[in-house]
Design a protein around this ligand. Sequence first.
Ligand SMILES: *[C@@H]1O[C@H](CO)[C@@H](O)[C@H](O)[C@H]1NC(C)=O
Ligand SMILES: *[C@@H]1O[C@H](CO)[C@@H](O)[C@H](O)[C@H]1NC(C)=O
Ligand SMILES: *[C@@H]1O[C@H](CO)[C@@H](O)[C@H](O)[C@H]1NC(C)=O
Ligand SMILES: *[C@@H]1O[C@H](CO)[C@@H](O)[C@H](O)[C@H]1NC(C)=O
Ligand SMILES: *[C@@H]1O[C@H](CO)[C@@H](O)[C@H](O)[C@H]1NC(C)=O
Ligand SMILES: *[C@@H]1O[C@H](CO)[C@@H](O)[C@H](O)[C@H]1NC(C)=O
Ligand SMILES: *[C@@H]1O[C@H](CO)[C@@H](O)[C@H](O)[C@H]1NC(C)=O
Ligand SMILES: *[C@@H]1O[C@H](CO)[C@@H](O)[C@H](O)[C@H]1NC(C)=O
Ligand SMILES: *[C@@H]1O[C@H](CO)[C@@H](O)[C@H](O)[C@H]1NC(C)=O
Length: 440
Amino acid sequence: MASLPSSLSSLLFLTLALILISVSPALSTSRQALDDHQDQPMKTGFKVTLNNVDSGGSFTERLLQATTRSNRRLQHFNKMVSNANNSNFRSGVYPADGAYFMNFSIGTPPKSYYGIMDTGSDLIWTQCRPCLCFSQPSPVFDPKTSSSYSNLSCSSDLCQNLESICNDGCEYIYGYGGGTIIFGYLATETFTIGGVSLPKIGFGCTIFTFDGEGFGDGLVGLGRGPLSLISQLDEPKFSYCLTSWEGTKNSTLVVGPQASVNLTAGAGAFNTTPLLLNPLIPTFYYVSLEGITIGGTKLPIPNTTFALNPDGLGGVIVDSGTTITFLEFNAYILVREQFISQVQLPLVDAFNETGLDLCFKVPSDPFSVQFPSLVFQFQNASLNFPTANYIIGDSRIACLAMAPSFGFSIFGNILQQNMLLVYDLSNNTLSFQPTKCDKF
Ligand SMILES: *[C@@H]1O[C@H](CO)[C@@H](O)[C@H](O)[C@H]1NC(C)=O
Ligand SMILES: *[C@@H]1O[C@H](CO)[C@@H](O)[C@H](O)[C@H]1NC(C)=O
Ligand SMILES: *[C@@H]1O[C@H](CO)[C@@H](O)[C@H](O)[C@H]1NC(C)=O
Ligand SMILES: *[C@@H]1O[C@H](CO)[C@@H](O)[C@H](O)[C@H]1NC(C)=O
Ligand SMILES: *[C@@H]1O[C@H](CO)[C@@H](O)[C@H](O)[C@H]1NC(C)=O
Ligand SMILES: *[C@@H]1O[C@H](CO)[C@@H](O)[C@H](O)[C@H]1NC(C)=O
Ligand SMILES: *[C@@H]1O[C@H](CO)[C@@H](O)[C@H](O)[C@H]1NC(C)=O
Ligand SMILES: *[C@@H]1O[C@H](CO)[C@@H](O)[C@H](O)[C@H]1NC(C)=O
Ligand SMILES: *[C@@H]1O[C@H](CO)[C@@H](O)[C@H](O)[C@H]1NC(C)=O
């Protein structure tokens, strides 16, 4: 085991600090280039492959794994929302495990890593030597072996945007819903992603981790907050195209000017809805969901159910890392009732194997049965989903890939599959275009 870095001798203090630290809750709500990068604008962009974390096992084993992770993520987000307002925690920098892995390299010469890409958090981090860490797939990054490594000072803009402790450098300590705690300090490095070199990216060098399984070699935050890769690159556009969750094909992430809908397919081939900002949690990508129609029946959902309130509660976020879709309880109940009344199949209790509470018994192939259509009405954009985006199953059961939540709702990744999502942060829009993502 590695010897304790000197800064870790105060770990007990820091653990207490996790509960006690107090920082200004004032947050910058605008996206702005940080000083650390003003002298080197990067307009290159890159394209990279994403792999779903769920693999192996039977259909129900994979599904239960995904619903369990989704529930953990929902709880984590709920904690972020409740901490954002009244407590000492600056939002948007917590790590969260996600659903997709991507490759990235760090340092000069570059060393390869394989970690979570996460649209629900900002901080980029990996474990650094010397380290009391969880075992990760790749050798732990050693700052001493890289010529482009440097520590960030407490006065740097990135550090000012991190909920930090200025002790032996710009240090952070984060607790995570599932029991994970990471501790480390901020540094800058040259990242290489999709073959493109990105100098001076601020990231967390994590030197202590408690219970960190599930992160691969670390995490690349793609949230809207100042610490995320997207904000640091000052690239206002990115897109991803997620392949079918039930398949094994790779998905794709594009960052930079190439992130665009296919305009030759015509204006009618995509939908565009405004992105909303929650000043309390600038990390999240909120959209305005105005209604849900099932099999032609518009549900009587009050317009307050999905509203993002001025107090920071409520709203609907689009998230790549949550597999199922969570609907605010009052809407979920209506959706569930409507499916039950329109689907002519017996109900089956498969909660213990799937983590989902609405499953039907099917005679053979679930897709030989007709399921009602599902339309989400977003502001200025009506999305008519293919059945495979909301009904998942095997030869025995077909389940609605949704669950209830309280407060805010999450537009999850099964519902996003085979759709190109283009995030444009200069226009504050999100565009959707039906796309065969395995051919993208
Ligand atoms: C990451 O890189 C390794 C080695 O080049 C490769 O085998 C793997 O497929 C890559 N994974 C992704 C998600 O691109
Ligand atoms: C960076 O900061 C860490 C933590 O304070 C320290 O252990 C390390 O030696 C520093 N590295 C450099 C290159 O200054
Ligand atoms: C998909 O990802 C896997 C695992 O990372 C990799 O081995 C394979 O080459 C990728 N396929 C394509 C078409 O990129
Ligand atoms: C864009 O749309 C056009 C017209 O539908 C189609 O022919 C073309 O293949 C699409 N391009 C891509 C990259 O999907
Ligand atoms: C509404 O959607 C259309 C077509 O998708 C798009 O051209 C237009 O810019 C959108 N308007 C707003 C306000 O987002
Ligand atoms: C909800 O609808 C009512 C009545 O149509 C309207 O007065 C109110 O502004 C709407 N609220 C929101 C949040 O859209
Ligand atoms: C934030 O604080 C205000 C005033 O104390 C309160 O009304 C609101 O519900 C709080 N919001 C959250 C997200 O806790
Ligand atoms: C789920 O519960 C049923 C009985 O209610 C039981 O037969 C089955 O083995 C359980 N499955 C799992 C995966 O626990
Ligand atoms: C986004 O904004 C730019 C200017 O800021 C404009 O040229 C472009 O047409 C806008 N794109 C869309 C899809 O509205």
